[in-house]
Ligand binder design. Sequence first.
Ligand code: TEU
Length: 572
Amino acid sequence: MTAEQPDDAPWWTRAVVYQVYPRSFMDSDGDGVGDLGGVLRRLDHLTDLGVDVLWLSPVYRSPQADNGYDISDYTDVDPAFGTLAQLDELIAALHERGMKLVMDLVVNHTSDEHPWFAESRSAPDSPKRDWYWWRPPRAGMAPGQPGAEPTNWHSFFSGSTWELDEASGEYYLHLFDRKQPDLNWENPQVRHAVYEMMRWWLDRGVDGFRMDVINLISKDVGPGGELHDGPPIPGLPYGDATSSVVCGPRIHEFLQEMHREVYAGHRDRLLLVGEMPGVTVEEARLFTDPAREEVDMVFQFEHVQLDYDGSKFSPRPLRLTDLKASFGRWQAGLADVGWNSLYWDNHDQPRAVSRFGDDSPRHRRDSATCLATLLHLHRGTPYVYQGEELGMANAPFEHLDDFRDVESLNHYAQAVAHGEEPGAVLGALRRMSRDNARTPVQWDASPDAGFTTGTPWIAVNPDHAEWNAEAQREDPRSVLAHHRRLVALRHEDPVVALGDFTMLLPEHESVYAFTRSRGGVTLLVVCNVSGHEYRLAELLPEAGGADLVLGNLDVDDPAVLRPWEARVLRLP
Ligand code: TEU
């Protein structure tokens, strides 16, 4: 079905990436906020897992309106996280261990406290005015009048994407929070300032970038600077900005320019991954075609939106057949050209075991290991989000003030203002809030899970008494041990890294099965994504007689697939 990769495939086809969200990883100074000192202290955990790359969510100087995704100085470390010297220390320590460091690169927007924006805002004739998107009110309307915003766009974080600046009577664009004004990539000075900053980091030794919402940097702007209203969003007084901001007209040009300007002399050691909400598989083929020199892989969002009923905070149950159809299309679409990145979890998503698995005591360990097997055996580069390797689950938040995330808090305010029932809105937050991913990593069973000696900035999940790294480290049946085996398998077996992918049983509602083949070797992967038992012998007779390479349960009857069982088999 797909072309095999030559053995000189790039190093990252065999790599596993581990994401650290520093605020919640490990606190070394007792202020309740995780920091670089904490990351340095826990590097043995990464070595133990065997991962190849650490992707570090933003540690740059920032007012922390969006936990560091609002940057006020790109070339310094925020005091909450430590110092630039500690970052240098981290780069050196990782390299010494044979690992790489990928930095988060947030350049669709800056903080409103970045000096560039301060200067841009200072006066309509400021030399940096055009570094951001300033627009007058809608024709014939007064600044601040309801509906006077230059376009009807709805922000990712609720409300309008336009904020009025009283002093000038003009609005500035922010696709995210009002403290995250969008940079104007049409202006070459902006682009070159970003490239210079990127070169500065590469010269410091970092090994690549995870590029935040990089497919939003090119906006569909007319020759006279016009921006266009989007189709109305049902139930809200806003329009959808997608067609004006997602994969805009110059996106490929900008990424190719970045490539030419930034990566020379570094290319082979780098990992470049673009985070791309709304990207299609057809676009992703272009972005990741090596010949086009844009990025190595993208984070797509299809599989994490299959349980949306229209929008994130109106969730519905996921159908496994939808998930298979989606992953299957991405596997096929990027088979001969391009490359997939594979993830369930990150700092923006609810915990995988709670969302796609079953976090009840009976099935939590088995469903966490089943999901991990499923993900890591696809073709692409797997990303493990901190705590996922421990089977960490969603948080038992009760009240609104348990939540911290700007997206959740803004959504609650907007939904309630539009007449939604507060209890129902809170219920949706409990299920979908990004804060589920942001509770502190559970290192041990002590009161604050070994995360801090102070008061954690967000509550530690009380289940850490049972679910923690210390309890799992020496236990061969643990979620952690299973992840260790999956990482090792990818390193050892070229079929896992590079083999062709073929989906089996696409219509089955519970069993997810596929093969990976290369050079005459075929692996059969079978995962029971449910709490029911199935007769494997009936579903996939070829599984009989195959050798077990790796599984998450002890097999007593090879013909039966137990609840949440996952097997990787080598076909004769
Ligand atoms: O996320 C982009 C993004 O699409 C998410 O914010 C998404 O809209 C939301 O989580 C889904 O409901 C990136 C970062 O990963 C995120 O943490 C930042 O808040 C955002 O960009 C702005 O920088």
